[in-house]
Design a protein around this ligand. Sequence first.
Ligand code: TRP
Length: 444
Amino acid sequence: MRTDFDIQTIHMSSYRTRILTGIKPSGMPHLGNYAGAIRPALASAQAADAENFYFLADLHSLINTHDPARVHRSTLEIAATWLACGLDVEKNWFYRQSDIPEITELTWLLTCMAGKGQLNRAHAYKAAVDKNRAEGEDDDAGVSAGLFMYPVLMAADILIFAANKVPVGRDQIQHIEMARDFGQRFNHVYGADYFALPEAVIDENVATLPGLDGRKMSKSYDNTIPLFCRPAELEKRIMSILTDSRAPGEPKDIEGSALFQLYQAFATAEETTAMRQAFAEGIGWGDAKKRLYQRMEAEIAPLRERYDALIARPDAIESILQDNAHRLRERYAKPLLEKLRDAVGLRNLSAVPVSAAENTREKTAVPMFKQYREQDGKFYFKLTLGDVLLLQSRGFDSPKEAGQCVAALKAGNTQGLGQDFVLADGQTPQALADALAYFAQEPS
Ligand code: TRP
């Protein structure tokens, strides 16, 4: 491993944790998005002594939105939403993915590190395949390569800025693990710590809001309250929240009450206690809804006002995004890509030719199994690391037996294989374990 030079600033002691939040533009956000994602993301940014990166994942939105006007509109709306909700552009990065071409360039470098088999197992792609199978369609019917490559683009989003922490929902954990894998693979293959490896951060306390019908608030259930609908519309939707038939004066359950949960998501602890009390004392549903409306409107009204002002000035938003992208490219993205291009060998042809030392340096040596047949008619394999022999097998009667033994070793399973191979002179079980670890990362 080459460790004699410092990639990015990740080794500097003044380094602050980097937290990166990706925002996929997909239509007008609703209160569930606000309470479950936007508000907590902004609150934790203020709490942490961190360098925060927020970006609009507009390239990702092209995977499922092929309507240009909608892509355009959603991007504006989601940008205005986050700004209106308090994203402070003096203290945080706020940019648009498609303004940083180094992200797409890095996507290709990572694509060449990504195992196709690993991408086959990505949830979103697998779900599409499973659906096709259930419907008797071809596995990949209607599946774009964009959907298939989703995790690689996402890995580039994360790795380009050496993000350490990525707050995500549970459905995204697998993507973060893939980003780690691709980054680790690159570091291993090219022999240095080019990438910091990110961690998913799951906030257990984040509210999942119920929708108007009591199920989880979600566009697909058509039970949402749009974050910035007009006050009259907000009131109308709140009035339509499903309740039971208990009359005023009858005590009401807070358990399972969508109304109560919505109230709680917007109220202080004291206000919540008071509402719990009111439920027990039999507040009428109409009155409870009125209180909920007032509480929500109190929080949302100032945000809505800012939102309206922002939406009316798209040029101001545009210039924030462009300014951020420009500075991020100069400070981080361009210098990193320069290093990566050099690392992989995309180099100026007049530069000093590759030295023999680099050609044979340890980093290019990956462990390899070789299977062959000897004069005695038996089937053998050996494991090498560059020119070094790590182990030598016994002779097997069939290539299949030898292959099974190789497969077991690759799976990290050395149990019971004691008779099947010997370590080469000077090799240790630890050296073997290190070499086999390489295959454990390799997607099969
Ligand atoms: N996949 C994320 C989502 O669906 C959005 C996203 C894209 C993202 N790139 C990212 C999230 C990078 C975190 C980091 O919500």
